[in-house]
Design a binder for this molecule. Structure first.
Ligand SMILES: *[C@@H]1O[C@H](CO)[C@@H](O)[C@H](O)[C@H]1NC(C)=O
Ligand SMILES: *[C@@H]1O[C@H](CO)[C@@H](O)[C@H](O)[C@H]1NC(C)=O
Ligand SMILES: *[C@@H]1O[C@H](CO)[C@@H](O)[C@H](O)[C@H]1NC(C)=O
Ligand SMILES: *[C@@H]1O[C@H](CO)[C@@H](O)[C@H](O)[C@H]1NC(C)=O
Ligand SMILES: *[C@@H]1O[C@H](CO)[C@@H](O)[C@H](O)[C@H]1NC(C)=O
Ligand SMILES: *[C@@H]1O[C@H](CO)[C@@H](O)[C@H](O)[C@H]1NC(C)=O
Ligand SMILES: *[C@@H]1O[C@H](CO)[C@@H](O)[C@H](O)[C@H]1NC(C)=O
Ligand SMILES: *[C@@H]1O[C@H](CO)[C@@H](O)[C@H](O)[C@H]1NC(C)=O
Ligand SMILES: *[C@@H]1O[C@H](CO)[C@@H](O)[C@H](O)[C@H]1NC(C)=O
Ligand SMILES: *[C@@H]1O[C@H](CO)[C@@H](O)[C@H](O)[C@H]1NC(C)=O
Ligand SMILES: *[C@@H]1O[C@H](CO)[C@@H](O)[C@H](O)[C@H]1NC(C)=O
Ligand SMILES: *[C@@H]1O[C@H](CO)[C@@H](O)[C@H](O)[C@H]1NC(C)=O
Length: 827
């Protein structure tokens, strides 16, 4: 793949991504007046076109504002279809094969402003009444006469009416009577047929008529056409548009436009879809030059040079009011350059020239120098290149003396550095449009200081484009130029920048440190931006217009500031073009309807609310904990957890050892009451065998030997600790530990039961070992509370019972389930 095709592929890739992100309705919205006039929420839009339906669905929401049921097979509208649609403002039912519309069908839709029932089979102009109607399109139906029913008197707000039927071949004097007192300004009339009759005075009845679009042809009946112009002079029409005025086969030898010379109100004239011979052109232009016309347009014409020396006009020595000439689509019948013999002085007052869609690849030399007043030149949509526009044989000493705006859009220009150099010849040029070319960044650009506006849209340029622009630029259009990111350093140079357009790129983030102090208007629609932050707009203090729709907004707190606090009057496309994209549950929701709560989104508010709540909760938990002896339960739980963890290790040892006793119990005589009545019965009742200090000691042996024997033949050693024990008995064990260091290391075999609290700090310093044991070892506290004693016993048994884990766990479970409901009761 060549580098060029790679970059094209990249551009296509970008376009595809961007178009995938567009909301579905963009297509109907473009250039759609009805959309602007009627739609306030995307929920009001219902497009049912091309659905093969045969009747209007009855389930339409009463919020419907815009309804399109075109291209279906709905042959009748009988009466109740639109009941309940009180907000319906736009209805389009074109190409439906409609044959009948009952008089009552629109009684339920009083708000209807735009009705398009063109391209159907209606045999009569329907008898309908709609007071708010502004636009009514009845073109391309099958009625046989243009006579309007009396109900049209009631269309007091009607502005545009389109009538046309291939079956209606004549216009009669009374046809438009109903429009006499109606404010209709623009009438489109005809269906492209050749009229047989036009009765003088018919159109003059429409007193308010200022603009006529006539789609009818005349050949051999040009007197009829002249009468029509006289009537339009009566209504003081300003704008005339004639579509397919002469059939291709017609030899127009008369002068049908001579009335133009005496129509003082006429301003704009358009000839469209017509074959124009040079002989006709000469006659026609003489009329134009003598008329007050300001603007003359030729749209989609076929130009045929039927005179041998081309288009030839004599010198004219009176002022011509024509200031604007448009050629938009010219097919050259001869497939060669037209020969134009005329003095350009005739165009001395021409300020606007558009020469578009003509296939031009070389600009005639004289255009550059001989149009002294030309301010705007539009050469878009031709085949011009650098060498064709700045054609070498031409002298470029005085180029466009007054030109301010030049459009070279949709041509074949490629070198930005070359163009930047050449613009220095055009001393007054302020604005240059190079969009839709194949522009490359092929070297440093030096722009003249007077040039302040540049459009490079729809060229594949990339992120580095900013380096090739002049810091004098005030308006920059970089839409669809393959930009993926912008940075503050790209824009710092542009201190005069007021308008920046970055639409349809792949920008994901607007830098927060952006600072363009002069910027008034920013377009960043159709990008990949997920949110707009307060910081970004802080750097744009003078911003008056922001367009940011069509971005994949995230509906979360990131958009909170933009939705709630941002001044929406700055947004030109709010709210229609703003929808949530993520999270999935909000996808498609209009951003204006996403309502994040203040609490969930404001950090300081969260903290302000959370802190007291946290304090209250902790206090409550703490209180409950204290009340229910939470600390005690926690400690028990801790014992149990440690038991479980050690269980595995111990069971291996147990398997390889044999003991005579489960436990050796050591206690002070002072505590024998508790041991005899509680401890021994409970444990022995549970099947444990115990070696009880003194009871099972062998008489006559030294106490330490007794202890050692008992400890060695017991699985655990259980100390019943109390102040008495510490004072009276502990010294024996200091001795014992001194002799059997090895056993003492094996601490797991020692179990401490605390009959009463003994703070470790209160112990005499000499009991170092006890202090450290109590600190490191888990001990069981004897609870005074009956209910807790259950848990105590369970824990104790489990420490002894470790050999059979399942029993331990069961005991604990039972003990805990016994106590938990009670704890709950207490709370
Ligand atoms: C509509 O019907 C025609 C023929 O009945 C069929 O060819 C076409 O696919 C249908 N279109 C849709 C959108 O269902
Ligand atoms: C639409 O219908 C709903 C109930 O279905 C009703 O609450 C609402 O007011 C109606 N809106 C209008 C504009 O009629
Ligand atoms: C009515 O619909 C037809 C068919 O889509 C369209 O060509 C025409 O422009 C519409 N009329 C108006 C006034 O928009
Ligand atoms: C015009 O509207 C009024 C009131 O809505 C109605 O009485 C009258 O009959 C209508 N006129 C025509 C010619 O339909
Ligand atoms: C139009 O208004 C004039 C007076 O203002 C009246 O004489 C005439 O009858 C009206 N025409 C129609 C068709 O309403
Ligand atoms: C147009 O009307 C003016 C008066 O407003 C009149 O002088 C002129 O002759 C009329 N022209 C035509 C062609 O009817
Ligand atoms: C233009 O001239 C050709 C002959 O060159 C003729 O056949 C045709 O009818 C003419 N068309 C018009 C509109 O004058
Ligand atoms: C067109 O008509 C004129 C006069 O009516 C005639 O002189 C001329 O030859 C005709 N041209 C063509 C191509 O028929
Ligand atoms: C241009 O005009 C020709 C008739 O001169 C017509 O057949 C064709 O459809 C027109 N094209 C457009 C795009 O209007
Ligand atoms: C051109 O316009 C001026 C006023 O702007 C007017 O006096 C003059 O008659 C017009 N020329 C023609 C040929 O209509
Ligand atoms: C009519 O002509 C004037 C002057 O050239 C221009 O400004 C205006 O836009 C034109 N109006 C239409 C509807 O083309
Ligand atoms: C052109 O102007 C001259 C005077 O400057 C005058 O004699 C002549 O008749 C004018 N020609 C036309 C065609 O108006």
């Amino acid at each position: 793949m060549s580098p060029q095709s790679t970059s094209v592929a990249v551009l296509i890739g970008t376009i595809v991504i961007v178009s995938l992100m567009r909301p579905d309705c963009t297509a109907i919205r473009e250039n759609n007046e009805g959309f602007k006039l009627c739609v306030t929420s995307m929920r009001g839009v219902k497009d049912l076109s091309h659905q093969n339906i045969t009747s209007v669905p009855s389930s339409l929401s009463n919020e419907t504002q815009y309804l399109d049921i075109s291209y279906n097979a709905i042959q009748t509208l009988e009466g109740t279809e639109f009941s309940g649609l009180s907000q319906l403002c736009f209805l389009k039912a074109a190409h439906c094969g409609l044959r009948e519309i009952s008089a009552t069908v629109f009684t339920h839709t009083p708000a209807l402003k735009i009705l398009n029932i063109s391209n159907n089979d209606l045999p009569f102009i329907p008898d309908i009444s709609l007071k708010q109607l502004k636009i009514l399109d009845l073109a391309n139906n099958l009625y046989t006469s243009y006579e309007l029913p009396a109900c049209f008197q009631n269309f007091t707000k009607l502005d545009f009416l389109s009538l046309g039927s291939t079956a209606a071949l004549s216009v009669s004097y009374g046809d438009f009577d109903a429009l006499m007192n109606v404010s209709v300004q623009h009438l489109a009339l005809g269906a492209g047929t050749h009229w047989q009759k036009y009765e003088s005075g018919s159109l003059a009845k429409i007193k308010s008529l200022k603009k006529l679009s006539l789609f009818a042809s005349f050949c051999g009946t040009l007197g009829m056409f002249e009468n029509l112009l006289v009537d339009l002079n009566v209504t003081q029409a300003k704008m005339l548009r004639f579509i397919s005025l002469f059939p291709d086969s017609c030899n127009v030898s008369d002068n049908p436009f001579k009335n133009l010379r005496t129509m003082p109100f006429i301003q704009n004239l358009t000839l469209e879809n017509t074959w124009i011979n040079s002989t006709f052109m000469v006659v026609f232009m003489k009329n134009v030059w003598l008329s007050p016309l300001h603007e003359l347009s030729f749209v989609n014409i076929t130009y045929n040079e039927d005179t041998p020396d081309g288009f030839h006009l004599p010198t004219i020595n009176h002022t011509i009011n024509l200031s604007s000439v448009i050629f938009n689509g010219v097919n050259h019948y001869q497939y060669r350059y037209p020969t134009i013999n005329m003095s350009f002085e005739a165009f001395s007052r021409l300020t606007y020239l558009k020469f578009s869609g003509t296939g031009m690849n070389i600009l005639p030399c004289r255009v550059m120098t001989a149009l002294p007043s030309l301010e705007i030149l539009d050469l878009s949509d031709n085949l011009l290149t650098e060498s064709g526009f700045w054609w070498t044989p031409c002298s470029h000493s005085s180029v466009f003396p007054k030109l301010r705006k030049l459009s070279l859009s949709r041509n074949r220009f490629s070198s930005l550095s070359f163009i930047s150099q050449k613009t220095h010849q055009m001393n007054t040029l302020e604005s240059l449009d190079l969009s839709f070319n194949s522009i490359h960044l092929d070297g440093d650009c030096y722009w003249p200081a007077q040039l302040t506006e540049l459009s490079l849209g729809n060229n594949n340029l990339g992120n580095s484009v900013f380096a090739y622009l002049s810091s004098d630029f005030e308006k920059i259009d970089l839409s669809k130029t393959g930009i993926t990111s912008i940075m503050q350093k790209d824009l710092t140079r542009f201190s005069k920048l007021t308008h920046l357009t970055l639409s349809s790129n792949s920008i994901q983030v607007i830098p927060v440190d952006l600072s363009v102090p002069a910027l008034l208007s920013l377009h960043i629609d159709q990008n990949a931006i997920t949110s707009i932050s307060r910081e970004v707009l802080a750097g744009l203090p003078r911003l008056q217009k922001l367009k940011a729709g069509g971005n994949p907004f995230v509906c979360s707190c990131d958009s909170y500031w933009f939705i709630t606090a941002f001044n929406k009057s700055l947004l030109v496309d709010w709210p229609l073009d703003y929808t949530c994209n993520t999270p999935l549950s909000f996808a498609g929701l209009p951003l204006s309807e996403y309502k994040p709560s203040k609490l969930s989104c404001e950090m300081w508010l969260q903290a302000a609310v959370a802190l007291p709540v946290l304090i209250v909760i902790s206090a409550a938990v703490g209180l409950a904990f204290h009340k229910c002896d939470g600390a005690w339960y926690t400690k028990m739980l801790w014992v149990w957890i440690r038991m479980k963890r050690r269980g595995k290790k111990r069971s291996n040892i147990l398997n390889n050892a044999s003991f005579s006793y489960h436990a050796f119990i050591s206690y002070s005589n002072q505590d024998s009451d508790w041991v005899d009545t509680h401890l021994v019965p409970t444990l022995e009742g549970a099947g444990f065998s115990l070696c009880v200090h003194e009871r099972d000691f062998v008489p006559g042996e030294w106490i330490i030997d007794n202890i050692i024997n008992c400890v060695e033949s017991s699985y655990k050693t259980l100390f019943v600790l109390s102040k008495h024990f510490v004072q009276s008995e502990w010294c024996n064990y200091e001795l014992f530990f001194a002799q059997h260091r090895a056993i003492s290391v094996h601490r797991d075999s020692l179990v401490f039961i605390l009959l009463e609290p003994i703070p470790t700090n209160s112990l005499p310093k000499k009991y170092l070992r006890l202090r450290s044991l109590l600190r490191q070892q888990t001990y069981l506290e004897w609870p005074k509370d009956d209910r807790k004693q259950q848990t105590f016993w369970a824990s104790l048994k489990s420490t002894l019972h470790i050999a059979d884990k399942s029993v331990v766990l069961k005991d604990i479970a039972v003990a805990i389930s016994d106590t938990v409901p009670l704890v709950a009761d207490q709370m």
